[in-house]
Design a protein around this ligand. Sequence first.
Ligand SMILES: [Zn+2]
Length: 293
Amino acid sequence: MNTEVYRFKVGDFECMAVSDGTLTYAPPIFPPPVNFLFANAPKELLDRALRRHNIQPEQWVAWVSPYICVTVNTDRHRVLVDTGADGLDPNTGRLLRNLQAEGIGPGDIDTVILTHGHPDHIAGNTDAEGKPTFPNARYVMWKGEWNFWTSEQAENKLDEHVREVLLTFARKNLPPIQRQLDLIEHEAEIVPGIRAVAAPGHTPGHMALAISSKGEQLICVSDAFLHPIHIEHPEWHAAIDMAPDQLTNTRHLLLNKVATEKALMLAFHFPFPGVGHIVQRKEGWRWQPLRTK
Ligand SMILES: [Zn+2]
């Protein structure tokens, strides 16, 4: 059994969480995990939250983050959500291999949805020759996100520590897909059963997805939450989150939606396969990973 793929159903839709690998976030390239993930969290409260998650704050020197893409077979469409981080690190770029092992070739995918323009979500857009990896796919992205990464806005607004690497991946992986690209600016249906949900804050045009069939629903939140502790403290943001207040608002909307609609949730950076439920306790929201054995 391939442990890098997790199959599950949403109504009639066949879904797979597919690992693209992991990246280790640690100094000197990244700030220590507590500063990177919880930039504005008061130390005492954060230490307590970390210990509840069996993390010893002083010993947490590296955050090993999963990268989890999703495929949805709606019968009419073969959809891929995000393309992973090919070329970013020796431990990333495993998406295609994992898809092939499940009998899915790049030509089988007819829709690629890009939740936002960060390298770990778009770096599998193109192959070594700079051509679209998924030749038959319509690529879909939020219009404001595309405009941000393909204009001077990115250059002007990005933090200088990350600017160069982010722009390098955007320049390599966005222009070549232009002829296959569909930009959306409303919460419209992308294919029957898969709806765009505006989820700005992590980046300007970051989007979540509501995937529904036969009364069941999966909400792909992508990077609106990077760590399960963000569910408990929606007001704690990561150093990489571009608009913290907007993000906090987005998180409340998403948590309410997932909880009240009793949906499954999938987060790109949570422990694999990143699928679970949101439960409301007296002390606030909590992440409850699905038992996947
Ligand atoms: Zn990400």
